[in-house]
Design a protein around this ligand. Structure first.
Ligand SMILES: [Zn+2]
Length: 325
């Protein structure tokens, strides 16, 4: 990939129902050549691939899906919320753009900066042509249709509809970006789920309950100790809520200002700042929902105010499905 992380994994699962391709790569000719060579080497021909599972709708995972489907005739399966998000974005691009802009305005991002990141986004768009899912994987988990011996597990957080795959016979988990060995997967505010941080903590518990023998990530080397890495990621997400909360004060601070303080002295490229904003806002929202921060809204911009634990306690809101219209 022309940006970090430099590579993404695609996996081929050999099942009695035929080969299953998990993820693909960025929609470039270079990435296609690599995927094409790998599929031919392992499965013999594209026609042997009967199912294509996309762990989540990010461009580095879904960018080659349309080409993979055209080459193989395989059905495309995605988590329900990501399938819906992708279909909605393809059908209503202007409305999607307005949602993103409003979310960034809510963070306190300057208008010129929002224009710049939207411009970069438009430039990157051809790297991920949208693909329609033939199969929407719904619920906390279940059998993976057409792939005997494999189950899917709903592992939201990185995206609302992220799914991982699990082979109970030997405990192998193909985790997508739910688990990475050296970096923590980014979480982010989205319009489909109220508490992406809470979602992610539950997803990690769901994976921990499987006591996986091996966890295969979307990027980089597999963690040496899968269950240990799951616990580490859970602690890191919980700590981040505290770190972000410690940057609040009596006077309202926007997510933009919290990110400035959180990464003080570090040069954040726009793409990294965007991820940091969405993630920081998710942690701030989580604190507010638990009564540990107050929100003061002015002209569509949310300022967060510190609240001592217990003060104005409302209790954590119950995460629920909030699909977009
Ligand atoms: Zn990724």
């Amino acid at each position: 990939m022309p940006f970090r992380p430099r590579s993404v994994h695609a996996y081929l699962l050999d099942t009695p129902g035929g080969w299953v391709l998990v993820d693909g790569g960025l929609g470039t000719d270079e990435a296609w050549s690599a995927l094409d060579a790998g599929v031919r080497e392992a499965a013999g021909a594209w026609a042997a691939v009967r199912l294509h599972v996309v762990t989540h709708m990010h461009m580095d995972h879904v960018g080659l899906s349309r080409r993979a489907r055209d080459a193989s005739g395989a059905r495309v399966a995605m988590g329900r919320l990501d399938a819906e998000r992708m279909a909605h974005a393809a059908a209503h691009p202007a409305e999607e753009a307005e949602y993103r802009r409003a979310m960034l305005r809510r963070c306190g991002a300057p208008a010129a900066w929002i224009d710049a990141v939207e411009g970069q986004r438009a430039e990157a768009q051809p790297l991920a042509p949208p693909v329609e899912a033939d199969l929407a994987l719904d619920g906390d988990g279940g059998e993976l249709p057409g792939a005997p011996g494999w189950r899917f597990v709903w592992t939201p957080g990185h995206t609302a509809g992220h799914v991982s795959l699990h082979r109970p016979a030997d405990g192998v988990v193909v985790a997508g970006d739910a688990v990475l060995a050296r970096i923590t997967p980014t979480l982010g505010v989205n319009r489909q789920r109220a508490d992406p941080v809470g979602d992610y903590l539950e997803a990690l518990l769901r994976l921990e309950a499987l006591a996986p023998s091996r966890v295969l990530p979307g990027h980089g080397e597999p963690p040496e100790d899968g269950p240990g890495r799951l616990r580490e990621l859970r602690r890191a997400a919980e700590e981040e809520t505290e770190t972000v909360g410690a940057l609040l004060a009596e006077a309202p601070r926007t997510a933009w200002e919290v990110v400035e303080a959180r990464y003080a002295g570090r040069d954040l490229p726009d793409a990294a700042r965007l991820l940091a904003l969405r993630e920081t806002l998710a942690h701030l929202d989580r604190r507010a929902a638990a009564g540990r921060a107050a929100i003061e809204t002015r002209d569509g911009v949310d300022g967060f105010v510190r609240r001592r634990d217990g003060e104005g306690e409302r209790g954590a809101s119950t995460p629920e499905h909030t699909p977009h219209g």
